[in-house]
Design a protein around this ligand. Structure first.
Ligand SMILES: Cc1ncc(COP(=O)(O)O)c(C=O)c1O
Length: 428
């Protein structure tokens, strides 16, 4: 495998100067437009699959998935309905079924591939509220306001979803290990006095620290209180692919819905989030768009992917993931996840051993967050910028409980122990 160049952004004016006007009356022609892209635009985009791109959550697609993304793009396949895309939808559903079975959901579980965890979380919560609304309308107990409960470690997309839906967010404190627990959830909901709580979001792998909430006890509270249990595993649930890791997610099998992004730790290209429902019929009721011109597709029992999330027209974005899974087999996925975990353990060990670094949290998964003793925020920023300027790595600062620290998110099996040592050496 050839290491991609890391590359780096340039300012808007630098790019404009280098590229010149690109939208012209007579067109640049294919060769020139491609030259500009290859020589000027693409090098101003950081390669998220570089082995030392360890920030945010990287993307590390297999060659098979990347190549198949080209096929999907070139095939004019419409992935929104069974009528138009039956073969593609069948393949996507195979991949969704594999994920649902890893999580221990029943055979009828299913859903759709959406662009990312943000849309996946929002779509799941829209379904959850729709279910609650139908029920409470029937019971004659519709609340004045709806609410979703989660922690402030939950991904920012959860609060964003609550805002888009105009529902309240009940913040539940995490325990000393940073986890949402059933006990704290119960107390927070009871103390809020809110009569419109309809869903709870647990995170299976927080973005900043990679922490897995206590899914089992949270599931129990949801069951006791009749609440929708959504698991945001956009990053972390990928580890279900490694049999040794499954025990860590005990309780996920009780989820009403979950998301996991193949474009994060399942080696597929952007943009691909698997949104899976225990009972897809509920999502269908919430999301099916109705119009005369759509009657031909909505008036039958076909599996139309657009019926399970926000959005109508859709690219069959699950296909690159499906193709790669079909090519390599699930054992290769287990091995690739295990390799990233091995490098993560090495990173944690190095951080423990070096006297100038300290772990913030023993990694649950493959995020290693740590502090460099004695550094102020400006020093983290300068160090990070220098790594990028020198084409070495993208490792940006983050904050945890008000403190500036940094983190490695390791999802790329091409990232090696040497890459980690190289970066840590630059902090000495
Ligand atoms: C736990 C979690 N949930 C949701 C998201 C949002 O996913 P996306 O960026 O694909 O919309 C992320 C992104 O990093 C995440 O880590």
């Amino acid at each position: 495998m050839i290491e991609p160049p890391l590359d780096a952004p340039r300012s808007e004016s630098e790019i404009a100067k280098a590229v010149g006007p690109t939208i012209t009356a007579s067109g640049l022609g294919g060769r020139e437009a491609l030259r500009l892209f290859g020589e000027e635009l693409a090098p101003s985009c950081i390669s998220t699959d570089h082995p030392r791109y360890l920030s945010f959550i990287p993307c590390a697609p297999t060659e098979a998935s990347t190549l198949f993304d080209l096929v999907v793009g070139a095939s004019s396949i419409y992935g929104g309905t069974w009528l138009e895309g039956a073969g593609a939808v069948h393949a996507e559903n195979e991949a969704l079924r594999w994920l649902a079975s890893l999580a221990g959901l029943p055979d009828q579980a299913g859903g759709v591939f959406v662009p990312g965890g943000t849309i996946g979380n929002l779509s799941a919560l829209v379904t959850a509220r729709d279910v609650a609304r139908r029920q409470r309308r029937q019971d004659g107990t519709l609340p004045a306001r709806w609410a979703v409960a989660g922690t402030d470690h939950a991904h920012s997309s959860i609060v964003a979803a609550a805002e888009v839906m105009d529902v309240d967010f009940i913040g539940v404190p995490v325990n000393e290990q940073g986890r949402l627990t059933g006990r704290a959830l119960q107390v927070a909901i009871d103390e809020s006095g809110h009569d419109g709580v309809f869903a709870v979001v647990a995170t299976a792998g927080t973005t900043n620290l990679g922490i897995i909430d206590e899914l089992e006890s949270v599931a129990q509270v949801c069951q006791d209180k009749g609440l929708w249990f959504h698991v945001d595993g956009a990053y972390g649930l990928a580890a279900l692919a490694a049999p040794r890791m499954r025990g860590r997610f005990a309780g996920v099998e009780r989820a009403d819905s979950f998301v996991v992004d193949p474009h994060k730790w399942l080696f597929a290209p952007f943009d691909c989030c698997a949104l899976v429902y225990r009972d897809p019929a509920q999502a269908r009721m919430a999301h099916t768009q109705r119009a005369g011109y759509l009657d031909v597709v909505t008036g039958n029992a076909d599996h139309n992917p657009s019926d399970y999330a926000i959005g109508l027209t859709r690219r069959a974005r699950g296909l690159p993931f499906w193709f790669s899974l079909a090519v390599h087999g699930t054992e290769a996925y287990a091995a690739a996840i295990e390799r990233t975990l091995e490098v993560c353990r090495f990173a944690a060990q190095q951080i423990r051993e070096r006297e100038y670094t300290e772990l913030l949290h023993e990694p649950d998964l493959s995020v290693v967050a740590f502090r460099r003793h004695g550094w102020r925020p400006e020093q983290y920023a300068a160090w990070s910028q220098q790594l990028l300027d020198e084409g070495i790595a993208l490792v940006v600062p983050t904050t945890h409980q008000g403190e500036t620290v940094t983190r490695f998110a390791i999802v790329n099996p091409q990232t090696t122990e040497n890459d980690i040592s190289l970066i840590l050496d630059t902090m000495s």
